[in-house]
Design a protein around this ligand. Structure first.
Ligand code: DSN
Length: 439
């Protein structure tokens, strides 16, 4: 029988609340997620979310923007300061649209672009048309892959130099080099390759979606200082803001980037998220250095603790990672897909991930050989080395010892009880996943 609107309405709120109660008990290890501070959440429910402000501050297409303009200008200044950038556009509503704006600003359809393949960490927004990737299918770019060094988990510099030389020999050099990835344990060789790309008149963009917080905290390479022409980012991974995007660059590219963003890829730009982003930038200026240092320490501690318990954590000889993320080959114990589900039953939330060589070995995205683990959110909840060891033990009990997830979940819940507040922010009287009822 058809339900009444009120029943659906109540159901939505019931599910929202149940989700938040569940997250209070989980161990959140998805490398691309984070939990914003109560201050950021306050900005998100403000009236800014109901307004339009197309265009640049001071040159809007709408009235009613006098306070919005001030917040946006503040956000631009804070972003430029944190990233040591000459120019910032804080309007893209996500990392994907930031990348798309840069395709518009720096390339023409049918140009060649170099990026990482998905198994090597490339993002769908950098993908080929035949895989429905944004670069190929939306902007018509011909995407070719960076050669990748499996041992180093990084772009192969010499092979890339040769590839670019060969492409130049074909009279078809790349027009854009897209650094950055969704599995980003080590800094990319921007400095080593900047001249190679600039010599063939290619632009360099660096997708910092995953590592933006680490860059802002001064703990990862700043690509603008290594030869990048632009940097795209999302604001909610290692950077603990709301879901949004941004572009950093140089004044000489400001006009083409601004047009690429509006009207290129956006109409309105989610002003509540923009305000939350500004708040998160203030938090990063005050607490970013300590926060990001701890994120990286935790990732290394977790890598070491898993390794000691019998897991094949990649890049062991390089101390597993220099960022927030580690990649684990779990093929000895099962497939990524099924293990992700088993872990979720114990309220350990992480994601399955392709290993660089998975496709060649006949594995695929639904059941890849790896799991990806990130530490931004558990760090934000105040966890450190000893908690990383406990988390590794929980994962071992599920993946290696094959203990029942229901049993492990009981221990996960009691472990989680004391980590309910957001750290590295000015005010945290509201709990991290507290459900806010306004009705
Ligand atoms: N690619 C997603 C991730 O890294 O999880 C986010 O866009």
């Amino acid at each position: 029988m058809m339900k009444k609107p009120r029943e659906f309405y109540d159901k939505v709120f019931e599910l929202l609340k149940t989700h938040q109660l569940w997250f209070q008990r989980t161990i959140p290890l998805v490398a691309s997620e984070n939990v914003p501070s109560p201050a950021v959440r306050e900005a998100l429910i403000s009236d800014f979310g109901n307004r339009y402000a197309e265009g640049w501050p001071g040159e809007r297409v709408y009235a009613g923007c006098k306070y919005i303009d001030q917040v946006e200008l503040l956000c631009i200044d804070l972003t430029k300061k944190l990233f040591n950038a000459e120019f910032a556009d804080v309007r893209p509503v996500s990392g994907v649209t930031a990348n798309l704006a840069m395709y518009t600003a720096f390339t023409e359809p049918n140009d060649r672009m170099l990026a990482l393949s998905i198994p090597c960490g490339g993002h769908i927004s950098m993908g080929k048309k035949r895989f429905s990737g944004t670069a190929g299918s939306v902007h018509g770019l011909r995407v070719e892959y960076f050669p990748y060094d499996y041992d180093e988990l990084n772009i192969d510099v010499d092979a890339t130099k040769k590839l670019v030389k060969d492409m130049k020999g074909e009279n078809d050099p790349p027009r854009l080099a897209m650094f950055g990835s969704s599995v980003f344990p080590f800094p990319h060789p921007v400095k080593d390759l900047a001249e190679t790309f600039h010599d063939v008149d290619a632009k360099i963009n660096y997708d910092a979606a995953h590592v933006a917080g680490l860059i802002a905290g001064g703990k990862f390479q700043n690509p603008l200082r290594e030869g990048a022409d632009s940097v795209t980012l999302s604001t909610h991974k290692t950077l603990p803001g709301p879901q949004h995007g941004a572009i950093l660059s140089w004044d000489r590219y400001a006009d083409q980037i601004k047009k690429g963003v509006f009207p290129g890829i956006s109409s309105n730009h989610h002003l509540h998220a923009l305000a939350g982003f500004a708040v998160a930038m203030c938090e990063m200026l005050e607490f970013g250095e300590k926060y990001t240092e701890q994120i990286i320490r935790n990732a290394r501690s977790l890598g070491q603790a898993l390794f000691e318990r019998g897991f094949k954590v990649l890049a062991e000889k390089k101390n597993f990672t220099e960022s927030h993320v580690i990649l684990v080959d779990i093929t000895e114990f099962g497939h990524g897909g099924e293990l992700e589900k088993e872990l979720e039953k114990a309220s350990i939330i992480l994601n399955r991930n392709l290993l660089p060589w998975d496709i060649k070995q006949g594995r695929h995205y639904w059941n890849p050989g790896g799991i990806r683990i990130g530490t931004p959110e558990v760090t934000r909840l105040g966890m450190g080395k000893s908690e990383m060891e406990q988390i590794a033990e929980f994962i071992k009990r599920i993946v290696i010892d094959k203990e029942s997830p229901e049993k492990v979940e009981e221990d996960v819940q009691s472990f989680r009880k004391e980590f309910q507040k957001v750290h590295y922010c000015f005010e945290n009287s509201t709990q991290a996943y507290e459900y806010m009822k306004l009705r």
